[in-house]
Design a protein around this ligand. Structure first.
Ligand SMILES: [Zn+2]
Length: 361
């Protein structure tokens, strides 16, 4: 008898501990997230609801990457959220690549000037979305490489302004591979055919990632956050050596517990070794279930569990294993690294010890 792949939903017969945590065991910063459309409909609700929800779940600071190209959406988020609770929230700006066609050779300088303006209005970081390296084109219609030197003014300006630059380039390696029975994300690509980037016509995964590495190497004065485990969660040795080489690189592991959790020995070693360079974030909206699942992954010894809430895990048919990280490593990843990077510590100390603070004045 044969059945369709969709109908194959095996239930493990294993008897093993299943720890269901309510969420992270300590206050945390969510350093890679959205409010909509990638983060649910939170941007349609009263902003105070968001902050009450964050507080109820222990999220002390929320990094919203949805500032768009640094124009209307950025201003809207600054006005509605940042003004309400400046200590609990920040939003990143962006680069509008579409303007390159009209601005020609002046584009990089103008984009840098716009970034300066975004920072002046309140943007506290720069988000680079994945079309960069895949589809972004210059005024001649030529594909732009991630390490294109013409763009140096943008990265240098981010460094000068102290704006952490969160970069998402490429996508899972399997999205660049043929969609056939050997593709480990076959089902995901069936559901989202537009996530496939076969090369050609797209650049290869390797060339995009090499471009990213060159970008980080060339701009030591700019702090880069390599989103999704520096966009190469499938190769922790590669990420680890780039971290060694470039002190200006941090990473987050948002949307990648499926990758880390299927290689628990290497992932645990990787996080222990690099724990001061790793930021916590889910990329799933301010979602309590996602926070709880990430906590289960980071904190427990649970074995062979689903990394999602769907019956067929959406990023590939495998299960993950908890990393039971020690407390000091958890604290660095959940909170301290982000607090250091974003300068939250001073603000938190002031809030906890208002008396001490006023005495200094
Ligand atoms: Zn994201």
């Amino acid at each position: 008898m044969s059945i369709a792949l969709n109908d194959f939903q095996p239930k493990p017969s294993l008897v093993r501990p299943e720890t269901h945590l309510a969420g992270p065991s300590m206050p945390f910063v969510d350093a890679h997230n959205h409010l909509g459309p990638f983060g649910g409909d939170w941007d349609q609700r009263p902003p105070q609801e968001l902050f009450d929800h964050l507080r109820a779940h222990g999220c002390v600071h929320y990094v919203d990457l949805d500032g768009g190209w640094g124009e209307d959406i950025l201003d809207d988020r600054l006005r509605r959220y940042k003004q309400l609770e400046p200590e609990s929230y920040r939003v990143f700006g962006g680069v509008n690549w579409a303007l390159w066609a009209d601005e020609g050779n002046a584009f990089p300088q103008k984009a840098a000037a716009r970034l300066r303006d975004q920072a002046a209005r309140g943007a506290e970081g720069l988000k680079i979305w994945k079309p960069f390296g895949l589809t972004v084109r210059d005024q001649h219609g030529a594909l732009v490489a991630v390490d294109d030197e013409r763009l140096d003014p943008i990265w240098a300006t981010a460094g000068e302004l102290g704006l952490p630059t969160l970069v998402h380039v490429a996508d899972p390696v399997a999205f660049f591979s043929p969609i056939d029975g050997t593709n480990e994300r076959y089902e995901e690509l069936q559901t989202h055919p537009d996530w496939a980037f076969p090369s050609p016509p797209f650049p290869t995964f390797g060339s995009i990632l090499e471009g990213f590495a060159n970008l980080v190497r060339r701009h030591r004065g700019t702090t880069f956050i390599g989103a999704h485990v520096a966009c190469y969660a499938e190769n922790l040795a590669w990420v680890s050596s780039l971290l060694d080489e470039c002190p200006n690189l941090m990473i987050d592991f948002s949307a990648r517990i499926a990758e880390l959790g299927r290689v628990p020995y290497s992932a645990r070693e990787f996080l222990l070794r690099n724990h001061q360079r790793v930021l916590f974030g889910t990329d799933a909206g301010p979602d309590a279930e996602a926070w709880a699942l990430y906590a289960r992954f980071l904190e427990t010894r649970d074995e062979y569990f689903n990394y999602s809430t769907e019956s067929v895990p959406p990023q590939g048919r495998w299960m993950i294993y908890g990393l039971h990280l020690p407390q000091d490593v958890l604290k660095a990843i959940y909170h301290d690294n982000a607090a250091r990077l974003f300068g939250l510590e001073a603000a938190e100390t002031d809030r906890r010890h208002p008396q001490t603070n006023s005495n200094h004045k």
